[in-house]
Write a protein that binds this ligand. Sequence first.
Ligand code: HEC
Length: 99
Amino acid sequence: MRISIFVVAAAIAITSTSAMAGDPNPANIAKTVCAGCHGPEGISTNPLWPNLAGQKEQYLSKAINDYRSGARKDPVMGPLAQGLSDRDIEDLAAYYSNK
Ligand code: HEC
């Protein structure tokens, strides 16, 4: 229950972040949305949530694209990925792979 409320809040946060076209800093999305589960530096604190820090950039962008397209299904990441643009995904993948 707490998680689903968080996801709604996260989805709203993504929508409003994406609305600011041309945001040059993917760290904003990472800090406001993704950090809640994946940790501020991409190291998760919950055993069920994966670490993203240092992961391969292409793997991360493929994973997020797959959640967005539905090729990879997850009740949490699916809806979250829906709110991301192609640019957001590229930026987030670069951000976490460089952590
Ligand atoms: C509510 C918690 C939550 C939030 C917020 C969240 N994630 Fe996730 N994320 C998960 C969970 C749980 C998984 C594992 C899902 C699965 O088994 O496929 C996951 C998986 C992933 C994966 C795949 C990792 C791998 O090793 O295959 C990526 C990439 C990812 N998340 C990126 C993000 C990004 C980028 C954001 C911010 C836009 C984000 N997540 C926000 C919970 C969350």
